[in-house]
Write a protein that binds this ligand. Structure first.
Ligand code: R5P
Length: 296
């Protein structure tokens, strides 16, 4: 059987190390460097021919730098004769998985094509935005779910009394419904729409049974924070006592923190696919258990 190693990329040094420890695998000796002009460089410091390497590299901002570092490492490793599994906890571009407006590029398809051309043989990610996106890849792909770990955290750390779990939109409803089911809470869905041209978010005010309730908003991504803000405002308008937010990938771009602070959403809990102050839920167990089942 091929010897296995883990490469902890610069975007996921800690998570990569933890995954390696949990799998009982050594870390690969390699170096990443970013020059002053923004160019990236990858140097491989050991022989990898015939080995199987899990390259753990999340692609949160700076998105293109992290993605390119993944491409550089994968290319070097596959050229040197290794089998590369890209382990990308947060897969950037997953929201661009179809042509929403005429002429828009399906950017996730370009990412899939690039991964293949640099020698990636398998992709493992965490809660891809939509499972349909996986169809764009021409090699085996797996989306591991962080939802059970988020639920475990909610049960262990928050003293919620009969909460209601809400999905901001139809797109994320399956994931949120799974959260509600595992928690043993009631599930409701809002109707969020995003203006595809301006990016503005609005939530339709339909009647919701949330009066006096603690409402847990569950989404895959918090980016600019507009979706969670709009959902929280909608449930508070309907009489909810409190709005909390759980998400898998907490990007918090721009003034997202301030925006959410003003809306009094809290606590906010994310997984550590993206490191940050709200990244309290560790996905290393979920990743390691999945990687441990992959056949060579
Ligand atoms: C969209 O469909 C996603 O599931 C998230 O709701 C969205 O990406 C969150 O983005 P933002 O925080 O910028 O509203």
């Amino acid at each position: 059987m091929a010897e296995k190693l883990v490469l902890a990329g610069p975007a996921s040094e800690e998570l990569g190390r933890t995954v390696a420890e949990k799998l009982g695998l050594p870390l690969l000796a390699a170096e990443f460097k970013v020059f002053g002009d923004g160019e990236s460089k990858f140097t491989l410091n050991e022989k990898v021919e015939g080995k199987s390497i899990f390259v753990v590299q999340s692609t949160y901002p700076p998105v293109d730098q992290h993605m390119f570092q993944l491409f550089l490492a994968s290319h070097q490793l596959s050229e040197a004769g290794a089998k590369v599994t890209a382990v990308v906890p947060y897969l950037a571009y997953a929201r661009q998985d179809k042509e929403f407006l005429p002429g828009e590029g399906v950017t996730l398809g370009v990412v899939a094509h690039q991964m293949r051309s640099v020698g990636v043989r398998r992709l493992v990610t965490v809660d891809i935005h939509s499972a349909e996106g996986l169809a764009l890849f021409s090699f085996p792909t797996y989306s591991v779910s962080a939802i059970p770990s988020l639920v475990e955290y909610a049960k262990a750390k928050l003293d919620l009394k009969d909460p209601v779990v809400i999905s901001p939109d139809f797109g994320g409803s399956k994931r949120t419904e799974a959260f509600a089911r595992l928690y043993g809470a009631k599930f409701l869905q809002l109707s969020k729409t995003r203006d595809r041209t301006t990016g503005g978010v609005s939530v339709k005010d339909s009647k919701l049974e949330v009066t006096g309730k603690e409402v847990v908003i569950v989404d895959d991504i918090i980016s600019a924070g507009d979706t969670v803000k709009a959902a929280a405002e909608a449930v508070i308008r309907q009489g909810a006592k409190k709005a909390l937010a759980f998400c898998v990938h907490g990007l918090f771009v721009g003034d997202a923190f301030q925006k959410l602070e003003k809306t009094s959403v809290g606590p906010i809990v994310c997984s550590n696919t993206v490191p940050g102050k709200f990244s309290k839920v560790d996905v290393s167990d979920a990743l390691a258990s999945h990687l441990g089942t992959l056949e060579e």
